[in-house]
Design a protein around this ligand. Sequence first.
Ligand code: SF4
Ligand code: SF4
Length: 436
Amino acid sequence: MQRIATFRKGGVHPSDRKALSSSCAIEQLPMPVELIVPLSQHLGAPATALKQKGDTVEIGEKIGKASGFISADIHSPATGTIKEVRKVTLANSVACDAYVITVDNDAEPKQWEYHPFRALDAQEILAIVQDMGVVGTGGATFPTHVKLMVPKGKSVDALVVNGVECEPYLTADHRLMLEKTEHILDGIMIVAQATKPKKIIIGVENNKPDAIQALRAAINMADYPITVEPLKVKYPQGDEKQLLKATIGREIPSGKLPIDVGAVVLNVGTAYAIFEAVVLRKPLIDRVVTVSGEAISTPKNLRVPIGTKVFDLLSFCNGTSRQPEKMISGGPMMGFAFFDDQTPVTKGTSGVLALDHQKEHDAPTTACISCGRCVAVCPMGLQPTKLNKLIEHARYEDAMKLNLMDCKECGCCAYTCPAHLPLVHAMKIGKKMGRK
Ligand code: SF4
Ligand code: SF4
């Protein structure tokens, strides 16, 4: 029997709950009447506003300019008028300026013209990806043009494509792999043209056999040696470090990046965004979002304009069948709890979840019983219990010496802790204080 690859150290197996939405084909959300488009939707410095109250904007027009090396442009997801520029707080607690756009629903629909990509060189590809405001759509939102820059003296041996989608409930990438297979492969080819890897591996967990089959069938018709690697279901396999270990057996040392071990890692959703950017010259102005959870009346995978309010998403899914115990942006392990249904979808919003049965996870905390479970499941080989105690006593320097900064905030430790200690919260505080 063929051994199915995975990473070895740590990890957990939460119930995947993907059946709620995995068979729901992607539907287009009708354009809302109003959008809230934040200037900070990416890792790094917020974009600088190029428009002001009262200005008209066209769909795809640049309305925010990257303000640093790690930053990204913002484009208007609709034609309309800027009603106001105001402060918003996003689901991830980032506070920033945002455009409130009143959509002109009578505007002519935009036609995106096809541009051949085979003759483009690396610099041209990076310039287009940057100009179209592409960032990682898996949640990390790192500006893609920066990620694809191969530093002098380094080369790319492996391009590893992340089709893992290991967070419970989320099925947006799964549906993209089924419905936009060839466009994803074109996006991968574009990245290969820019980074020149010796091999390309697409990692997909084996709870998505139809996606594995669809990719393999499409690759047979493509002109580049690409392998699809089925992976054992295990969280957090979608993390770059765990994915590289599972697919190419390479370990990224502490404080290093994938390129330091000759790899570039790319999410399938980002590959699709790159296809749209380079081939259609369409900026990242919409994305696929899974709307799911036991409290959602009709779970769906929706293609939605960036800036869509959660209220509009929920309305299109016939609202909630009961009062959710928790609303989450992203997945339940690494996502962000939020309360306001005016919260907008951003480039990094992979899911909006209305969850029930959260009481067992939110049970009162008790004292640590030194069971060691958190240590056993930490994929980074850290000692969460020890770190938690150091952080509680404000001994941040000592925590840093135990590699606190390697923590990926994956949530495995908190998920498994019988004392329900808020370990991830402690790690976040410790890292913040450590950076200071
Ligand atoms: S949140 Fe951090 S400490 Fe906890 S399991 Fe994940 S990497 Fe380890
Ligand atoms: S899992 Fe929780 S109770 Fe067990 S050692 Fe870690 S912090 Fe303590």
